[in-house]
Design a protein around this ligand. Sequence first.
Ligand SMILES: [Zn+2]
Length: 221
Amino acid sequence: MDLQKLAESLGVTEVLLKELVEDGRTTWIDGRPRIELRADRPAARMRFTLAHEIAHVLLAQDQTVARRTQGLDHDVLETLCDWVAAALLMPRDWMQRFADRDSYNLSLLRLIANHADVSLSAAAVRLAEVGGRTCMLLRFQRAPRRWVVVGHSGVPKQFIGALEVTSETCLLLDNLVSRRDTWRDLILSARGRTLVARAHLDKSGQTCIALITSMSKDPDS
Ligand SMILES: [Zn+2]
């Protein structure tokens, strides 16, 4: 998807890289949109943000759509634009063949991310959406005392900001030899509940990413 071309065809006057606090923004000058992107973000992230800003332009351009989306909550509108962005970068038709696979793993995620030129996180969210199955990407980092969750995508609302690494999982991650792609069951906790997550792990030194394909309440807890 050539986003620059799409932006042009929608009347976007320019796409600028700037020093911003937010990832991107669209400003309207004399009725014409101009998109600004935060310059110091990774390329794949910037591409997603551009698609997100294009979604804002799309929603604003049709008067009926603009009127009907005007009253939406800020967060709802932002989520809507993320959906449109994901659909622009990873169209459903194209995603379906990946989403229909028997199982999801990190190499599938990398394949999608490379082809669509998006981040692993964006690919995970879209795969969960199109496949209608659990597909969460967690990023762990070794802090001085323990492993902590530093990033999450495709995580259901009730777990956002709540997932924690248990001491059992800390030990597992410490003892895991740095390597790509190995399956483990991770014990996590969220608001006092113990959860078992089937995870495909890629550990590199003090960081580890986990693609979680199922998560359930621990029957032993
Ligand atoms: Zn936005």
